[in-house]
Ligand binder design. Structure first.
Ligand code: SF4
Length: 335
């Protein structure tokens, strides 16, 4: 039986587990090899994930499983995503959906965010967690590489209400060499579909001299879908097989973003301490409507939230924020 959860569309069998090694099939259904096994659960500020336009200033519970369907040369979570998942099971946590959701409630979390590896490799378990979370009034988000099939993109949308989708590069050469996939077309299709029905932010890790020349084209493609989509461009901090790569030059990357800034309303440039490009500005009058501080790879923090009722305080233009009123009312996040 073929797995339809991502564009590899692997043939599965009782002992044939696919590229991600996370599923098997009896010929009738697709089952997980390691259901409800989590590599971690923790608490984070939502800005650190990063989500800049979801529940500003809130806490989320972060979770992850094992494995991935990509082979990124610079994977920052390779110790989880690139190991054989069978070998990791002795270190995994066995938590039911109810236990996860009750823990999120106890920890004062407004949402649960899957952010360690790729959700497409654990869809069945995540579906169960989403049902429990929905009943408890907690919404779910994820980071994803967006390599889902059209069918499983709908499944993702039934589980998560907000997404940060990674658009890593555009050329087939880049995608083959650095990611291990033939084309980014499925990722662009997923961004387009999910942006219609859910909240979407996009993230791009920049490798200087490798994909920085594509930034303008990427901005144009995202803007053609929706210019309100927030775009997080961040410096790749070399890891995994790219530990020898140079750290991207901040001024050079910012220069490469000048033209892109005329295409998209919200471009952020971060992953270094004290970035000047982490605030949200009103696209109409330029007033600062959300102030943040970048702690580098340690995360980002909300400092001042000024767009009460989702509007710029200077000119009244709407600023797209998912769920901000709920969080400010519950937690009194700063205005
Ligand atoms: S989710 Fe895993 S098994 Fe399914 S198609 Fe993708 S890589 Fe293959």
């Amino acid at each position: 039986m073929r797995c339809h959860y991502c564009e590899w569309r692997c043939e599965l069998g009782a002992e044939t587990f696919g590229v991600c090694k996370m599923y098997f099939s009896d010929g009738k259904t697709i089952s997980e090899r390691f259901p409800h096994r989590w590599c971690t659960f923790g608490v984070s500020g939502i800005e650190s994930i990063p989500f800049y336009h979801v529940d500003p200033g809130s806490r989320c519970m972060t979770i992850g499983t094992s494995s991935c369907n990509f082979s990124c040369k610079y994977c920052s979570n390779a110790f989880i995503a690139k190991r054989d998942p069978a070998e990791m099971q002795q270190d995994m946590l066995d938590l039911s959906p109810g236990e996860l959701v009750r823990t999120a409630q106890k920890l004062g979390c407004h949402s649960i965010v899957f952010n360690v590896n790729e959700p497409a490799v654990s869809l069945n378990s995540l579906h169960d967690v989403a049902e429990e979370a929905r009943a408890a009034g907690i919404h779910m988000g994820c980071l994803t590489n967006g390599y889902t099939t059209p069918e499983s993109t709908e499944l993702l949308a039934s589980i998560f209400s907000f997404f940060n989708i990674s658009l890593k590069g555009l050329s087939p050469e880049f995608n083959r060499e650095y990611i291990g996939i033939p084309s980014p077309a499925p990722i662009l299709r997923t961004i387009k579909r999910l942006a219609k029905i859910r909240h979407v932010e996009v993230a791009t890790p920049v490798i200087q001299g490798v994909n920085d020349h594509e930034l303008d084209e990427m901005a144009g493609l995202i803007a053609a879908i929706d210019p309100e989509i927030p775009w997080h461009v961040f410096r790749l901090l070399p890891e995994h097989e790219m530990k020898d790569a140079m750290y991207p030059n901040i001024e050079a990357i910012n220069e490469a973003l000048v033209s892109a800034r005329s295409k998209l309303f919200h471009i952020y440039f971060h992953n270094f301490v004290g970035s000047d490009w982490v605030n949200t500005l009103c696209p109409n009058c330029g007033a600062t409507v959300v102030e943040r501080f970048s702690l580098g790879c340690g995360g980002d923090k909300l400092q001042r939230y000024l767009c009460n009722d989702g509007q710029c305080p200077s000119c009244g233009r709407g600023i797209r924020m998912l769920g901000d009123n709920v969080v400010r009312n519950r937690q009194g996040a700063a205005a």
